[in-house]
Design a protein around this ligand. Sequence first.
Ligand code: ATP
Ligand code: PNS
Length: 534
Amino acid sequence: MIYRTPLVVLCVTIIVSYFYMKSPTVTDKMANNGLLFISNAAKVQTVCQRASKYVKRVLYVKVKENSDSALPVLSKQIDNLYSKSQANNLDIRLMLKPSDTVKEIKTGYPIDMILYDSELAKEIDDLKHAVSTVTSGYELQSIVYLSGQDDSQNGPEDPLRTYENVALGGTFDRLHNGHKILLSQAALRATKLLTVGVTDVNMIQSKTLWELIEPVEVRIAQVLNFLRDINPDLEYNVFPLKDLYGPTKDDPKYQLIVVSEETLRGAKKINDKRVANGLQPMDVHVIGMAKDSHPEHSHEEEDKISSSNQRMRLLGTLLRPPVPNPNIPDWPYVIGLAGGIASGKSNITKKLKLKGAGVVNCDIIAHDLYKPGLPLNRTISEAFGKDVLTETGEIDRKKLGQIVFSDKAQLEKLNSIVWPAVIAEAQRQIRAYGESGHRVVVMEAAVLVRARWYQYCHQLWSVIVPRDEAIKRLQDRNHLTKEEAIQRVNAQPSNEEQIEKANVVFCPFWSYEYTQGQIDRAWQHLQEILANRK
Ligand SMILES: Nc1ncnc2c1ncn2[C@@H]1O[C@H](COP(=O)(O)OP(=O)(O)OP(=O)(O)O)[C@@H](O)[C@H]1O
Ligand SMILES: CC(C)(COP(=O)(O)O)[C@@H](O)C(=O)NCCC(=O)NCCS
């Protein structure tokens, strides 16, 4: 057919495809950080939606309208904007001090695109000079807006009450739009000082995957960064919160506390305490819960936007990039798989084997090396006495356990004998897998983190389950009493220790399908890494 195609069509096709291939992908054209001017508060949600396709990382929104009439509308727009715009991870920041005379605007992130709704076309030349944190060569982008499409509910809004001193609290792990609503509604109502208690480590240990929550200093910095962007004129006191109350239980200056429906009872407890201390109760502003509309939302996750959901979605992903390890050969690529007893690590190993990984199980190696007649067997009986041998010359693990589990020095002595023998055999098996053509080998070991065997691996993958779940699983599987199960769990690294250096974390706590999703994600990113390795 091609010889019949007129030459001119052929040439046009080649030229068009050349320019199409050359044209930058959407993300190449997008700005990193944009600042969007909007002519009035009622348009925020609609115009913002249109503007968000031009910006990748942070989109600041500035309403150009006089403040009094705008506050109640802005309060509604805060709820609308943050609960509806959850797409493409864009970090939207609605600046709260609407003003018809725009003075200097400073933003936490540099602006490489200024956007404006078409009704501001005549003013944009003045407006853009107010933005002091623009990069050189920033772009201008107008957003076509057909008037009469605004989001305002008809009729004037009730005036919004403001207070000198406002308080709120939370964990604020990986700040999300639910947090932004809470923080924005508080900052909108404060005129002098906003106090934010950010839960310290003693307050978070009942949360899902609490071990993955960012350090309190990081969470405080993120809350401050957001607040200073949305309202730079307020004083902020953002501090580690060690109990429900913070300073609000006995400081008369606090007049308003902002909570959500799920934390309203906390506000009531504080007010009861204030009354008992002879203080006025604070007013309480309650926000609704913003629903999660994440495209991959799973039924295992919470319905509302939540940090727990965000942490669950981290499972199986690369939490920290692998550091090149010159002490081991480039191939095969060795994944150390760590995890406590009853953590579910053996099942994960099995699934990785099904994906084509070679498997080296250090616990089985140790078990085999204990066999009568092998060097390790003799070394152990010489070190701990013949009593640790059965009549048939096997190592009596119960007797050996009684000696070492009750005496740290004895345990260290045993480890100094067993670990070198185990890791030597494990490395022999890894080499053998490499020679037989395996590109990936998973080395599973309960003691991997304690023995620091990640030094023999390209990546460390750790498996954790909540402590109470591990205890329950041990009781059910090993028929132990609760006390025995607790003793076993206490004798091994904590979840925090297991994941401290982990590149990837799994938590087989929910359904098998949810665990399989974590494994698939981890295997997928591993293939991308291997594809780029020479
Ligand atoms: N989706 C949401 N909509 C409105 N408010 C929310 C939402 N999620 C959390 N909040 C509120 O923000 C404050 C801080 O909550 P927190 O930091 O515990 O958020 P979270 O997402 O529930 O965290 P985690 O899942 O780790 O418990 C609380 O008052 C909480 O009720
Ligand atoms: C205790 C806490 C702040 C914990 O936050 P979290 O549940 O969001 O993790 C929250 O549950 C709560 O009760 N908030 C209302 C009381 C409050 O804000 N206290 C801090 C005042 S500085």
